[in-house]
Design a protein around this ligand. Sequence first.
Ligand SMILES: *Cc1c(COP(=O)(O)O)cnc(C)c1O
Length: 452
Amino acid sequence: MQTKIYLDEESIPRTWYNIQADLPTPLDPPLHPATGRPVIPDDLAPIFPKELILQEMSQQRDIPVPDEVREILKLWRPAPLYRAHRLEKYLKTPAKIYYKYEGVSPAGSHKPNTAIPQAYYNMKEGIERIATETGAGQWGSALAFATNIFDLECTIYMVRSSYAHKPYRKSMMHVWGAECIPSPSTKTAAGRAVLEKDPETTGSLGIAISEAVEDAAINANTHYALGSVLNHVCLHQTVIGLEAREQLATVDSYPDVVIGSVGGGSNFAGIAFPFAGDILTGKAEGTEIIGVEPAACPTMTKGLYEYDYGDVAGLTPMLKMYTLGHEFVPPSLHSGGLRYHGDSPIVSRLVHDGIITPVSYFQNEVFAAAEVFARTEGIIVAPEAAHAVKGAIDVALECRKTGEEKTILFCNSGHGHFDMTAYDAYHAGEIIDYECPDDLIRESLSHLPKVR
Ligand SMILES: *Cc1c(COP(=O)(O)O)cnc(C)c1O
């Protein structure tokens, strides 16, 4: 009975899969926040390296992974694919459950898959420093690891409440040589403006984004980096699904159902796009692709597919995506990585076209699923990843009813070793099942930017 499917290092993908090449019609372009016109590469050049801007807009199907990037990915890739025998037995399901485990990366999540190429392209362009924001600290720690590898400096604006409550993610950033500053800070005009109005503010991801972008825009040697949402980030994550497809092929298998958690959409894009591409190009049919989000931040299940800003202040380009409105502030969730008001434009498009089915779950049922997983498979997953676990368990239980022997594949995007206070809260019965009221969503959606 095989439990882990490993590939050798030669099997790390040599190209990323760009699903833009296989969309029936091109994506709606990002629009400039001031003019409302499509963004051109020059607009982005002050904050991103040229190669990433090209990838963002590229229509080329297979984009080469640079050798220097593949060499670093070898530190943990190919990531193992597990068959969840013990979970299947516990659920008494005829389904076969496989999961791709991204928690084996140095930072403990899928995020280094994009942090490494992003740091690499910046280094190649002669950039000396990268500024970014982080909420719970997963992206900040991944980027700190990556910038250290390529000898870049790194400044991370960490949402002040997390800075206080998640000290160990900050410690990881320090070990890898990055500077981690609680946001809002006095280092930027954006931060000072917020502090002047409200010195006791807990901060927010929107404010931290504004600080990092300002830092990159005014310092010539500094660029900005984003850990999710954008097309090039989703592109880099396709190593997850490309490897998984090859691993399943070694046991003559192909998934009937593919599942991932959706915050900004990057780990889900990573596992799902190669299989969605198989559908779009007629190589597969009937594969069900499910994106799981929290009921407290129901972007795909209750949002609108419209143009919206990426940040609270309305300074970023407008993206056509499922959104709850850029002013939407979800409740403080233990799955901090799933609180974004919008979603990847490509994931959104595939939801809109019916290729992806979105579902939402409450926090307590998600933690209950995570605990079943920990007690059967052993791995204590990140609360974000637990959403995918819950999705897989529900499909497997449905199979028990119908007797179908479906093959389920899900992305286990990271471990939860720095999230134990969330598990403690679950055991203490302190996790609240918050469902976002419809009138709150309607109010927030009434402030979408007007686009001609
Ligand atoms: C950041 C994060 C997520 C959510 O981000 P996506 O871009 O939607 O993947 C999910 N799982 C883990 C472990 C994360 O760190």
